[in-house]
Design a protein around this ligand. Structure first.
Ligand SMILES: *Cc1c(COP(=O)(O)O)cnc(C)c1O
Length: 456
């Protein structure tokens, strides 16, 4: 049989709606609380940061939300993304499992993130916004928003976590090529940045700090809004084009996944591939096992506490109930920058509490080993973040081999690693280490969680 099996949908099959899992949940997600009053917030509380259309999506319980035609038009450049059957990987592993991967690296920025960046830029433009501010870890989100801002004629300003700014000059160059401005965070441009630098001038930065800086600047001007690349409901929503396409592609393949595996930073690509399948299950369809894979050095789902916490270090954001390592937790500088966030999407956290998904954590060396195995078999070099999904899928495939059963495994290959080759160089040179987070720092960050009287 032919080695390469690729399931391609034509342009007409780009989803017309985003799928909102809130409509099918047995129990709603706990409310978002105001950081000052600690009472549930309303749409107006978020208006300084986001355009109203996105706020309404954030709180919507409608099952389907129409994708505007101008957004579908931009999607058309790379969507529907391909689904592959990883036959050469199956052979290399000598597994009876059927391994499929959805490849999101075909977007201009090289990951799933433009799926939401394009939508967010569109709604901001429509609301008359001139400038978007955001933060970025590894630079995947920053380059996606820089691309999308360019498409809709918006100025884009990006606070980039210091370690990544130094480690990944090509990502920064990409953002600048798209026309965005990029600042290393913590910076001297904001109150929250200056406060951190005063305590520790060589601070490596974190997503939590970069978010504080971005939110602070965005709140200062009426023509300026903030954009977030993960965690929030509307971001997860926009990513559901991935899973909806995968459902159609599995019909072409005459198969259905038994297991879905995806990496989790803030949870958006995980939600994107898994929620449409989980929705079918919740509406009485076939049951699917869903596994979130996170880095052992920043393990919010497996080691964090399910509690109300801030999304940022300076405590400017609303409080959401999520699996969190504490907003002051600074993860060690391992290579999957996109997974270095202290919290998990409230919606993903909620699904774990409901027992609808499970989570596991791996260290980076095992993930790079898996990524190299995958690249040698399939020819695509995964982003370090995506290596966590590859590792999770290989573990599932080897389980099938051990048990002598053929299960269908779907994983999301969230992005390519072409801008992350320094990480691969370090891996081949033996310089990459498995870094443990500091237990004392975690204990301190958890002790510092805000005390919140849970709304009834
Ligand atoms: C940002 C990123 C992630 C992690 O973010 P999620 O919101 O958890 O999806 C994973 N993979 C890639 C390639 C990324 O760029």
């Amino acid at each position: 049989m032919n080695d390469t099996v690729k399931y391609v949908l034509d342009e007409g099959r780009i989803p017309k709606v985003w799928y909102n899992i809130a409509a099918d949940l047995p129990k709603p997600v706990p409310p978002v609380l105001h950081p000052g009053t600690r009472q549930p917030i309303g749409p107006d509380d978020l208006a300084p940061l986001f355009p109203m259309e996105l706020i309404l999506q954030e709180v919507s319980t409608e099952r389907e939300i129409q994708i505007p035609e101008p957004v579908r038009d931009v999607y058309r450049q790379w969507r529907p993304s391909p689904l592959y059957r990883a036959r050469r990987l199956e052979k290399a592993l000598q597994t009876p499992a059927r391994i499929y991967y959805k490849y999101e690296g075909v977007s201009p920025a090289g990951s799933h993130k433009p799926n939401t960046a394009v939508a967010q830029a569109f709604y901001n433009k429509q609301a008359g916004v001139k400038r978007l501010i955001t933060e970025t870890g590894a630079g995947q989100w920053g380059s996606s928003l820089a691309f999308a801002g360019g498409v809709f004629g918006l100025e884009v300003l990006i606070f980039m976590v210091r370690v990544s700014y130094d480690q990944k000059p090509y990502r920064r160059a990409l953002m600048e090529t798209y026309g965005a401005r990029c600042i290393a965070s913590p910076s001297t441009e904001t109150h929250s940045g200056r406060e951190i630098l005063a305590k520790r001038p060589d601070h490596p930065g974190s997503l939590g700090i970069a978010i504080s800086e971005a939110v602070e600047v965005a709140a200062q001007r009426d023509d300026t809004k903030y954009a977030l690349g993960s965690v929030l409901n509307h971001v997860l929503l926009h990513q559901t084009v991935i899973g909806q396409e995968a459902i159609a592609q599995f019909e072409m393949a005459n198969d259905y996944p038994d297991v879905i595996v995806s990496c989790t930073g803030g949870g958006s690509n995980f939600a994107g591939i898994a929620f449409p399948f989980l929705g079918q299950q919740l509406r009485g369809g076939k049951k699917v096992r869903v596994v979130a894979v996170e880095p052992a050095a920043c393990p919010s789902l497996t080691r964090g506490r399910y509690a109300y916490d801030f999304g940022d270090t300076a405590h400017l954001t609303p409080l959401t109930k999520m699996h969190t390592l504490g907003s002051t937790f600074t993860p060690p500088g391992f290579h999957a920058g996109g997974l270095r966030y202290h919290g998990m999407a409230p919606m993903v956290s909620h699904l774990q509490e409901l027992g609808l998904i499970s989570a596991t954590a791996y260290h980076q060396l095992a993930c790079f080993e898996a990524g190299v195995t995958f690249a040698r078999a399939e020819g695509i070099v995964p982003a370090p973040e995506a290596n966590h999904a590859v590792k999770g899928a290989i573990v599932e495939a080897l389980k099938c081999k051990e048990e002598g059963v053929s299960r269908s495994i779907l994983f999301n290959l969230s992005g390519h690693g072409h801008f992350d080759m320094q990480a691969y160089i370090d891996y081949f040179d033996g310089k990459l280490k498995d870094i443990n987070y500091d237990e004392k720092e975690l204990a301190m960050a958890l002790a510092g969680l805000p005390s919140v009287a849970e709304p009834a």
